[in-house]
Design a protein around this ligand. Structure first.
Ligand code: SF4
Ligand code: SF4
Length: 99
């Protein structure tokens, strides 16, 4: 089934660009009050843009999940389901459009 953009423009390149933009319209946000640093989301992230890190500058202390490369995140949301503590939510990027 063709999408609306394809029907309107008849151009598959436009269709692909729109699909890419829509898939990346949100980024995961980790709730520090819920994250235990178990690492399940890190293991589930295909492009490996999540890692575990401590908030302390000296590197000591409990680690939590951090999105270290927002530009590399595809917005796939595959990191959410493996989290046993409901600590991740997708948040729309500033200026992003779409449902
Ligand atoms: S949304 Fe996808 S790419 Fe982005 S951090 Fe989660 S699993 Fe990784
Ligand atoms: S799966 Fe959840 S609790 Fe575990 S590190 Fe990721 S966000 Fe934190």
């Amino acid at each position: 089934m063709a999408c609306l953009a394809h029907l309107q423009t008849g151009h598959w390149l436009t269709h692909l660009h729109l699909a890419d933009a829509m898939s990346r319209r949100a980024l995961p946000v980790i709730n520090p009050d819920r994250c235990t640093g178990c690492g399940r989301c890190v293991a589930a992230c295909p492009p490996h843009v999540l890692w575990l890190a401590t908030a302390r500058a000296d590197g000591f202390g409990d680690k939590q999940a951090v999105l270290h490369d927002p530009d590399g995140c595809t917005g796939c949301a595959l990191c959410i389901a493996p989290c046993p503590f409901d600590a991740i939510a997708m948040q729309r990027k500033p200026g992003a459009h779409g449902a």
